[in-house]
Design a protein around this ligand. Structure first.
Ligand code: ATP
Length: 888
């Protein structure tokens, strides 16, 4: 179509005709042809920052500024080589940062694409889910609460459809939609028969015909971009930046002091003293630290994605590591959400249903088989199949559910009873419906019976349906409803961990029946009990949480007795404390915190309860992860420290509100993500614990030499060399450390605990001392053997490198882990790092070019042995000290 008609001003039927629709949706052939004509339903990605900007950003750090200034002044003082080497170090550092950060950003973007939205469409009469990108004009799209509208749609049918269009119009109130055409001049916000791409379905349901995709949508036209550029900034990286400024200030102060001491105390010339100061600054500045911290974070995000937890906001990585309570939905997260009707309760007695999965074959065993019992079951199954939106499909030989698994299970029951669902749906056409609503916990449909009367069907939570009924079915007839007996039957099914559903019906023309919204005087047809087995691995994951000091709380809309039984099966607690939604309503905020803290199961809850629970738990100081999937879960997900949305089952609204999206909806994945979160934090601590003493030790050695009046044991250039090769090859290896076995056997980190603990400070001092002792020991030993200053300095450099290797190997090991030689070089990254450093050292010691540039000498076997022993000594002392104290 070349000129676009005004879709909002045309009747729905006309729009359908223009796009050649016959109500059954497009064929694959048409889809392909239209995709070629209109392209993919995609908006251009937000532009990435330009390369030069990203390169420049690498230098935007106070630590680097000081070094840049040092290089500039060295060059002015005629120390061209020093200036060049400082420049080279900075360039290499920036290059590593740029490459690693670029890779991390790309990986994050790729991870985001994993959760690209899907759209429910009707193609060739079949409902199917396709990636929203694959929609073409003319597609029939089904909308439900929580969906993001995947393209511009002309609405064909609406049921109480309300859409949040704030993205386009800025209007925060949701807009009620209808199918009638509006005036040609109607402004965008008043085109009630259109649904715009990118807006969110707040409530109700509808069907729409795609009239524009990709850049031709309203969203594309105004050039608004969905999604934002990936940012690698988090509170922790910002904390590191603050730390960098503090370190820089401290180093500048120390440098000034040293300068004064050199000039006035030791009689150094000004420029000579300046070069000593440069040496100190170069030695002490941990220039690689900010980049390594960011990279550690990005590595963690990638690992989480491999374990199927997709991080939407980077700061969630930190929060995950500190989570102390996980509130998880039962259905689908702790259980498989693959339902099967296992039992039914009729007024004539109990019925056991056999079979497996969604395969529509299985045994039906009556407690008391009779003609009445058979008719009762037949009526129940018929109603359950009609008041139902699911479909069963056979794919590659196995049966699967389209739509709500609970409803699919009811279709399977109907098939087992011998009903032909497709034929029934034609014979009993649906006239109206009120879709399932988690707040009301029921679904109502109105049908025309083959005999002509209208028939209301309601299915839902037993207590809700019981409040609408006056009679119970018995065979083909009915009798007065016995609430006590049915409550007992409900309890019997629920205590086996079954999800219980009641089904009722009523003739519409009966005078006693009220409106469809609130019918009364219905006839109860019976109860069905559905099994939803716990997920394999959920029990283990819950046990893992207990070891890791994390409380698990189950939140469900299900019956309290069902929830309690499942909680026991999952090992949540031997005697779980169950609280119902109503009890939560009755509590004041102050009492709620204690109740929330001490209870494990929350049943018959609504999404509003989730928000209250998050707030109550947070008020006790807990760091809360909360799962959610529905549109109403968004506030709780946003409020939680870690909001976790379901990738497969969750609505777009929930995914957008969440910090983390689970690709597999599995509880065990949350626990895996927590483990990775803890690992990231551990690794960052290790990076800092390793970097600070290494740099500080070199600085101590320079200050020490000046204080006792010795020549500098290492030149500034040599220090740069050490920092260059060790920061890149060794420091970075810590970013890739895998989770240690004990990560999940200790309690969560206390929120707000500083990264730089007093303990870390003490250890840094100890190591600075140790490094200085090592430096002077090697230096004096070499001089005492009659070697010249250059030889001694070369040996000191080599010893420093070995000490850093020794320290690195020790930092990697947990004090709770037995010391086994095999663990020392256990990961390929560490092996590569150590090998890389040693290869660089060989060049440094034996290649003439390096010998000239760095004034080095070719060390012999004895020197090697001594340097190696110094490294070993550092390793031994740190190991001894940390095992004595029980922490890094
Ligand atoms: P969970 O928190 O365990 O995931 P939920 O909060 O999603 O569960 P709901 O799906 O809201 O729970 O179900 C609550 C109750 O509503 C169920 O126990 C059942 O009785 C009833 N129910 C669930 N699905 C339907 C449906 N499609 N039609 C009618 N009633 C339903």
């Amino acid at each position: 179509m070349s000129t676009e008609p005004a879709w909002h001003a045309l009747p729905a039927a006309e729009v359908e005709r223009l796009w050649g629709g016959d109500g059954r949706g497009l064929s694959p052939h048409e889809v392909q042809a239209r995709r070629q004509e209109h392209g993919a339903n995609r908006l251009p990605a937000p532009p990435r920052r330009r390369l030069w900007r990203r390169a420049l950003a690498q230098f935007n750090n106070p630590l680097i500024h000081v070094l840049l200034a040092a290089a500039a002044v060295s060059a002015c003082l005629g120390h061209a080589v020093d200036a060049l080497v400082i420049g080279a170090v900075l360039l290499l550092n920036a290059l590593v940062g740029l490459i690693q950060e670029g890779r991390a950003e790309q990986a994050l973007e790729a991870i985001r694409r994993l959760i690209d939205p899907q759209a429910a469409v009707i193609r060739q009469g079949q409902r199917c889910l396709v990636p929203a990108e694959e929609l073409v004009p003319g597609d029939r799209v089904l909308l439900a609460a929580g969906d993001r509208v995947p393209a511009d749609l002309r609405l064909l049918a609406c049921h109480q459809l309300r859409i949040d269009e704030s993205l386009l119009t800025g209007e925060s109130l949701t807009v009620a939609k209808h199918v009638e055409a509006v005036a040609l001049q109607a402004p965008l916000a008043e085109r009630r028969c259109l649904a715009y791409s990118g807006t969110m379905v707040a409530a109700g349901s509808g069907t729409g015909l795609v009239v524009a995709t990709g850049e031709r949508t309203e969203l594309g036209r105004i050039g608004r971009l969905l999604g934002s550029v990936v940012s690698l900034q988090t509170p922790l990286t910002r904390q590191m930046e603050g730390f960098a400024t503090q370190v820089t200030t401290a180093i500048l102060m120390a440098s000034l002091g040293l300068f004064g001491l050199a000039v006035w105390g030791r009689g150094y010339a000004w420029d000579e003293a300046f070069m000593v100061v440069v040496g100190l600054a170069v030695a002490a500045i941990p220039e690689g630290l900010p980049a390594v911290v960011t990279i550690t974070m990005a590595v963690g995000v990638q690992r989480m994605a491999q374990r199927r937890a997709i991080i939407r906001h980077l700061p969630a990585v930190e929060a995950l590591g500190a989570v102390s309570v996980i509130c998880a939905d039962k259905t689908g997260t702790l259980t498989c959400n693959e339902m099967m009707v296992q039992a039914a309760e009729l007024s004539t007695g109990h019925v056991e249903i056999g079979g497996a999965g969604y395969e529509p074959v299985g045994s039906v065993r009556f407690e008391q088989a009779s003609h009445d019992a058979r008719i009762s079951l037949h009526r129940l199954a018929l109603a359950a199949a009609l008041c139902n939106d699911a479909e069963l499909q056979q794919r590659h030989g196995s049966w699967c559910a389209q739509g709500d698994p609970l409803e699919a299970a009811l279709l399977v029951l109907a098939a087992k009873v011998g009903l032909d669902v497709a034929a029934l749906r034609q014979a009993w056409p649906r006239l109206a419906e009120i879709p399932f609503d988690g707040q009301r916990r029921d679904m109502t449909t109105l049908h025309r019976r083959p005999e002509g009367q209208e028939w209301i069907l309601v299915k839902g939570a037993p207590e809700r349906v019981f409040s609408l009924v006056a009679h119970e079915a018995h065979g083909a007839g009915q009798r007065l409803f016995d609430l006590v007996a049915w409550t007992r039957r409900t309890h019997r099914l629920a205590s086996q961990g079954l999800r219980v559903l009641a089904v009722a019906s009523g003739e519409r023309d009966e005078a006693s029946l009220g409106a469809l919204e609130r019918p009364s005087g219905l006839t109860l047809l019976g109860l069905v009990g559905l099994i939803d087995p716990p997920r394999t691995g959920a029990r283990l994951a819950i046990a893992g949480c207990r070891r890791a000091g994390i409380q698990v709380k189950m939140i469900t809309g299900d019956h309290a007795v069902t929830a309690e039984a499942i909680a026991r099966q999952l090992g949540l607690s031997e005697h779980p404390r169950v609280v119902e939604g109503q009890q939560l309503d009755a509590r004041e905020e102050t009492d709620l915190a204690e109740l929330a803290r001490t209870s494990e199961v929350f049943a018959r809850t609504t999404p509003e309860h989730k928000l209250r629970l998050v707030q109550a738990l947070q008020s006790t100081g807990a760091i809360v992860a909360m799962t959610g999937d529905g549109v109403n879960d968004a506030p709780a997900l946003k409020r939680a420290d870690v909001g976790v949305a379901m990738g497969a089952r969750g609505t777009e609204v929930a995914k957008q509100a969440a910090h983390v999206v689970l690709a597999d909806d599995n509880f065990a994945t949350i626990v895996a993500a927590v483990q990775e979160g803890r690992t990231v934090y551990d690794n960052i601590t290790k990076v800092i614990a390793w970097t600070l003493p290494a740099n500080g030790g070199e600085a101590f050695a320079i200050i020490g030499a000046l204080l006792v009046g010795l020549p500098l044991p290492v030149t500034p250039l040599q220090i740069l060399w050490i920092n260059l090769i060790t920061a890149v090859a060794l420091g970075l290896t810590l970013a890739f450390e895998p989770p240690a076995g004990e990560t999940m056997s200790r309690p969560p980190r206390l929120p707000g605990a500083p990264l730089l603990t007093p303990r870390l400070g003490r250890q840094t001092l100890l190591l600075c001392g140790l490094f200085s002792v090592g430096v002077f020991a090697v230096y004096l030993w070499e001089i005492s053997r009659g070697h010249d200053l250059s030889w001694a300095r070369t040996a000191v450099v080599h010893a420093l490198v070995w000490m850093e290797i020794g320290f690195l190997l020790s930092v990697r090991l947990s004090p709770r882990q037995p010391l086994r030689p095999a663990d020392l070089l256990a990961t390929p990254v560490v092996r590569c790092g150590v090998l890389g450093v040693l290869l660089c050292q060989l060049a440094f010691l034996y290649l003439p070019l390096f010998q000239q540039a760095f004034a080095t000498r070719p060390l012999g076997a004895q020197d090697w042995l001594v340097c190696w022993l110094t490294g070993l000594a550092v390793f031994a002392v740190v190991e001894w000290e940390k095992r004595r104290l029980g922490c890094i």
